[in-house]
Design a protein around this ligand. Structure first.
Ligand code: BGP
Length: 493
């Protein structure tokens, strides 16, 4: 009983929320670097805010096709605050941070690479050597502590130049640019990185901030074409990952949005099936089985959506099925055929409030048993090894008078999820290879750009406006997780 001997305990991060150094070492701008702070902080909404060479400024949607002047800092408005620019500064704290991860006993650490650190514009012939070297150091440092890196090739990240010149992933050419980047990183980090993931939360790769396309919400034809390009790129990346090193393991990464039908009314049940297909099953089916499922084909027929495909696209999808399923799990959703009840909170907020669950400070329903349900559904349907690469509680932490951070609420959240995870392994026979909490250390919130919404085991001194020393402090959850890992999940107290 208990967790498998080689269970990959660890935690996760994402480059644009953590790394900072947004124009250091030759890095180019990514779309995320043009997203301002805000979202209710001081009553200011978040926006894409950019400055053009002629000095004019623009806000979402960006002028598509605008000429990009040279010199990355020309594109942001110095009067605005952009959380990704410094984030929590992994760029300058990597040694210290990885030492702290080592101290916690991490077996694995998930990070994403900044595409624009390696190809500053996205469409160059040659990569930026300084950017490649940055990640060399990271992987070498992880190796010192016996930490297995899990690398997301893309975490909500699109070079700004690809957005403005090509309309992001709406343009098929971006598949080739991406593949050049993928080949570069796979070749460079061969032997250093074994576990790869293609696109973070591929089911949420939509919209300007994620994939650099305009009109994503209003033009379904265009959005589905862009998603097709992403799926093709992912499948090609999977194949190449195996070709470059047969030892590699490559997974898809999905936001697992568990959903329940609101009642046993068959209309609610059908509504839940529709929701699930749209929001997650489609991505799982195609990446695990290698072809568009019938319900999607029928949906396209109904809506008159016709994808432009290259001749070998079907074969590409078939050849690019994944080795494992990585997923994030935060909360669950209740789906009703008719609009009833109060709506629920969540990053990708959908559905109505579940009266059986407690909620986080950000109104996300807390559902540890739902994790067991999710693990069982995934395993029973696809029989691919599973990896939890995000699970955690966003909460406001305060530094107590004794200088400590007593985040018992976070410990409680994680403990309850780990208990259910163990049941899924030991009682249900689910094949789960590891667990990574979100997040290893405090980082900027993806959804809101806030700092006060913290997830980490390590507190970082920084506020919503970017002030702070960036000093690192171990939270109570740090010591707790260290014990969990040391006991291989036996000691959860
Ligand atoms: C997921 C993203 C992460 C992360 C997490 C928490 O959707 O993959 O990047 O941030 O959600 O969300 P938030 O930061 O908005 O609280």
């Amino acid at each position: 009983m208990g967790f498998p001997k080689d269970f990959l305990w660890g935690a996760a991060t994402a480059a644009n929320q953590y790394e900072g150094g947004y124009v250091s070492g030759g890095k180019g701008l990514s779309v995320q670097d043009t997203v301002t702070g805000g979202d209710g902080i001081h009553g200011i909404p978040r926006m894409i805010s950019i400055k053009y060479a002629d000095g004019t400024t623009g806000e979402l949607p960006l002028k598509f096709g605008s000429e990009i002047p040279s010199g990355a800092s020309a594109y942001v408005d110095e009067n605005k605050y952009y959380p990704s620019h410094v984030a929590t500064d992994f760029y300058h704290h990597w040694k210290e941070d990885i030492a702290l991860f080592g101290e916690m006993g991490f077996k694995s650490f998930r990070l994403s690479l900044n595409w624009t650190r390696i190809f500053p514009n996205g469409d160059e012939e040659q990569p930026n050597e300084e950017g490649l070297k940055f990640y060399d150091q990271i992987f070498d440092e992880c190796a010192k502590y016996g930490i297995e890196p899990f690398v997301s090739m893309n975490h909500f990240d699109c070079p700004l130049h690809l957005a403005t010149k090509y309309d992001g992933w709406a343009n098929r050419k971006v598949v080739d640019f991406f593949m050049k980047y993928v080949e570069t990183i796979l070749t460079r980090y061969k032997g250093k990185v074994k576990y790869w993931m293609t696109f973070n939360e591929i089911n949420f790769c939509r919209g300007y901030q994620m994939i650099g396309i305009t009109e994503a919400e209003s033009n379904e034809q265009k959005l589905n074409q862009a998603i097709h390009h992403i799926l093709i790129a992912s499948a090609k990346a999977v194949k190449l990952t195996h070709e470059i090193d047969p030892e590699n393991k490559v997974g898809m990464m999905l936001a697992y949005l568990l959903s329940y039908a609101n009642t046993c009314n068959p209309d609610d049940v059908l509504a839940e099936i529709d929701f699930s297909r749209e929001i997650k099953d489609f991505y799982l089916d195609i990446q695990c089985r290698g072809y568009y499922p019938n319900y999607k084909i029928k949906e396209f027929e109904r809506k008159g959506i016709v994808l432009e495909k290259e001749e070998d696209d079907d074969q590409v999808l078939m050849d690019g099925t994944v080795d494992y399923i990585a997923f994030s799990y935060y909360n669950s959703h209740v789906i009703s055929a008719t609009p009833v009840g109060e709506s629920a909170g969540g990053n990708h907020m959908m559905g109505i409030k579940n009266p059986y669950l407690e909620s986080s400070e950000w109104s996300w329903g807390i559902d540890p048993k739902g994790l067991r349900v999710a693990l069982n559904k995934l395993w029973n349907t696809y029989q691919k090894p599973l990896m939890i690469v995000e699970n955690g509680l966003g909460a406001k932490d305060t530094v107590a008078e004794d200088g400590a951070i007593h985040d018992t609420y976070r410990i409680d959240f994680l403990r309850k999820h780990i208990v259910e995870m163990e049941k899924a392994i030991c009682e249900d026979g689910v094949e789960l290879i590891g667990y990574q909490a979100w997040s290893a250390i405090d980082i900027v919130s993806a959804g809101t750009g806030e700092m006060r919404k913290r997830y980490g085991f390590i507190y970082v001194d920084k506020d919503d406006d970017g002030n702070g020393t960036l000093a690192r402090i171990r939270k109570d959850s740090f010591y707790w997780y260290k014990k969990v890992i040391a006991s291989n999940g036996e000691d959860l107290e």
